[in-house]
Design a protein around this ligand. Structure first.
Ligand SMILES: NC(=O)c1ccc[n+]([C@@H]2O[C@H](COP(=O)([O-])OP(=O)(O)OC[C@H]3O[C@@H](n4cnc5c(N)ncnc54)[C@H](OP(=O)(O)O)[C@@H]3O)[C@@H](O)[C@H]2O)c1
Length: 242
């Protein structure tokens, strides 16, 4: 069944910034697919937004469960025929207290599995549906902590914030943004990385922004006009150093 509504998918959306992105896209009139690895948590979150009058359905997507990606492709293809917006928001941070001289290799692998490899896998599987959109948008939820330029700059605000697994996974995610944008340069699809800011969530108990503020950058990049940028890294419209 084809649909004329804007169809948006957000991963890791049962809570935190992803949940609020769903709310803001829902308020724009989108049909929102709220991704959650846990069925019950996803249903609970989607119900909350439906109660606010928004068009939200939950879909199962587990970053380490590739079978959920193909099932999701089948579901979207059958029910909507295309996908307009993919926001790769799901993410983990495991090594906040560790440094590069001691972080276990397995922790780096686990972090990359969710923050990097799964994003590529899911995006590649869903690309045929995004190619059917008249204005496909892909947003990779990155972090300023992935900025190699700032990490390498003495005295920058990232001095002393050096969890290798998380930071390197976001730098790699930014590389995916640049390379995918290049691969899709002759299509209407735009691919950008977002930094939400330091947002108070379960992942970041010391964050100083609200999720409402934190969701704005991804929503802006998901709704870019045809002459908007692609292959960039942004926070609230401002370009960030790679
Ligand atoms: N908060 C910040 O200050 C900040 C700053 C920069 C970037 N970010 C990025 O923003 C994104 C959202 O973070 P947040 O602060 O909202 O964190 P959060 O509240 O911890 O939410 C993370 C979301 O990702 C999901 N997730 C984790 N592992 C998953 C997996 N294997 N498969 C599917 N979903 C999985 C979580 O699901 P469960 O509930 O099932 O665990 C949850 O829905 C992340 O990519 C993060 O790196 C956050």
């Amino acid at each position: 069944m084809a649909s004329s509504a804007t169809i948006s998918l957000v991963t890791g959306a049962n809570k935190g910034i992803g949940f609020e992105i769903c709310r803001q896209l829902g308020r724009l009139g989108h049909t929102v697919l709220l991704g959650s690895r846990d069925k019950i948590r996803g249903e609970h979150a989607a119900q909350q937004l439906c109660n606010e009058g928004l068009d939200v359905r939950t879909v199962r997507v587990g970053a380490t469960e590739p079978d959920t990606f193909t099932k999701l492709y089948d579901f979207i293809a059958q029910d909507y025929g295309h996908l307009d917006i993919l926001i790769n928001n799901a993410g983990i941070g495991l090594d906040w207290e560790l440094t590069a001289d001691s972080v276990p290799l397995q922790m780096i692998r686990d972090t990359f599995e969710t923050n990097f490899f799964s994003v590529i896998a899911l995006t590649q599987i869903l690309l045929p549906l995004l190619r059917k959109s008249i204005a496909g948008r892909i947003v990779n939820q990155s972090s300023i902590l992935g900025s190699l330029t700032l990490h390498a700059t003495p005295g920058s605000k990232l001095e002393g914030v050096k969890p290798l697994a998380y930071n390197a996974s976001k730098a790699a995610l930014n590389a995916f943004t640049i390379h995918l944008a290049a691969a899709l340069k002759d299509t209407p699809i735009k691919v950008n990385s977002a930094h939400p800011g330091s947002v108070l969530t379960d992942m970041n108990p010391e964050g100083h922004l609200t999720v409402e503020e934190g969701a704005k950058t991804a929503v802006q990049l998901a709704t870019l006009p045809p002459d908007g940028p692609t292959g960039g890294f942004f926070h609230l419209g401002k370009s960030l150093p790679w």
